[in-house]
Design a protein around this ligand. Structure first.
Ligand code: CIR
Length: 254
């Protein structure tokens, strides 16, 4: 799929108040996350995307993880209903932004869905059932996707916060994933590149218009990905990772 646009949001000064289970050796730095975010936006622009950069949303310190507030289907944006109540207001802030670009639908209660649990593999959506996303959320999104010609299935998220924390489609019928997902029957049809445990953040690699954006500092994964013969761009994600996020979380692409 060729992307022409992306939506991102600047992290706010209080980004360190977001939800995280990460172990910190030092506090996250605002100057660093701003620099990392700017480099990310620049990378998307270099790949041909027109990037909308929204202002920080100070009431919602995790709001720059815009991927969780919506899922972009062909011709339809779906506002989610995040599993973490403290993040639900992010969706209201995203609604008027998405309405500028086309039709918008919503996941309704009792459905719960975080965009980080939705992985699109060609014409199929894998929807993770996690601490944040439930069966009803998956069913509602699946119905909207099926009406647009996509197939879908749900998969258990056993190894991390979101499905895409631990598995991402890198194209060429290949999934980049945690060892824990290697033998999942749902993924049997795909080639797999397993991320070594010490390089876990690298599983959150993002393919955009034929280029792989990979978090910097994961040489074994970068070497494995080189076999795909795709351009590889490394981006420093240190502060983003301290808030349990990664490359996919920082944008909505369509
Ligand atoms: C959270 O716990 O919700 C945020 N601190 C991190 C969200 C990362 N988003 C993603 O993986 N899609």
């Amino acid at each position: 799929m060729l992307f022409t646009r992306a939506i991102t949001r600047l992290p706010g000064e209080n980004f360190h108040q977001g939800i995280t289970n990460a172990h910190w050796d030092r506090p996250p730095r605002y100057d660093r996350i701003l620099a990392q975010h700017a480099a990310y936006v620049a990378a998307l622009e270099t790949l041909g995307l027109e990037v909308t950069v929204l202002p920080p949303a100070p009431d919602f310190p995790d709001a720059y993880f815009v991927e969780d507030a919506a899922v972009m289907l062909p011709g339809l944006a779906v506002l989610t209903r995040p599993g973490e109540p403290a993040r639900r207001g992010e969706v209201e802030a995203m609604a008027p932004v998405l309405e500028r670009f086309g039709p918008v639908a919503s996941i309704r209660a009792p459905g719960l869905l975080d965009g980080g649990d939705v992985m699109c593999v060609e014409d199929h959506l894998f929807i993770g059932l996690s601490r944040r996303s439930n069966r009803e959320g998956a069913r509602q999104l699946g119905a909207l996707a099926a009406a647009r010609g996509l197939t879908w299935s749900s998969v258990p998220v056993t190894a991390a916060l979101h499905l895409k924390t631990g598995v991402n489609y890198v194209g060429e019928a290949t999934l980049l994933l945690f060892e824990a997902y290697r033998d999942l029957p749902d993924f049997a049809a795909y080639r797999k590149i397993v991320v070594p445990p010490e390089e876990a953040p690298a599983a959150n690699t993002l393919r955009v218009n034929g280029t792989l954006l990979i978090p910097a500092g994961h040489p074994r994964t970068a070497e494995s990905l080189a076999a795909l013969c795709l351009p590889l761009v490394e981006l420093d994600m240190s502060e983003v990772a301290m808030m349990d996020g990664g490359l996919t979380c920082l944008s909505l692409r369509f």
